[in-house]
Design a binder for this molecule. Structure first.
Ligand SMILES: [Zn+2]
Length: 74
C-alpha cells in the first residue's frame, strides 16, 4: 500500500506486478522500485519506503561498528 492509495477511488488501483523482496508488500505499476542484481526481484524505493536501503544493508553487510587492529568490527 502506498501513501497515495487513500486518494484513489476503489477499483482503480494500478495492476499488481511484483512482491517486494523486503516487506513482502505489493508492488504496483507506477511504483518507484529498485531491481535486485543477483536475485532478480524488486524492492520499494519510493517516498515513505526504506525497503531498498534495508534490503541492501541486510544482504551486503554482516557487521557494523568500529574496526580494531585485528579487523574485528564491534
Ligand atoms: Zn517494500
Amino acid at each position: 500500500m502506498t501513501v497515495f492509495d487513500r486518494f484513489q477511488p476503489p477499483g482503480t488501483e494500478p495492476p499488481y506486478v511484483a512482491e517486494c523482496e523486503w516487506c513482502r508488500g505489493e508492488i504496483r505499476a507506477g511504483d518507484e522500485v529498485k531491481r535486485i542484481d543477483d536475485a532478480g526481484g524488486y524492492v520499494h524505493n519510493g517516498f515513505g519506503y526504506d525497503c531498498a536501503t534495508r534490503y541492501a544493508e541486510e544482504r551486503i553487510y554482516d557487521a557494523s561498528g568500529v574496526i580494531d587492529e585485528h579487523r574485528n568490527v564491534n
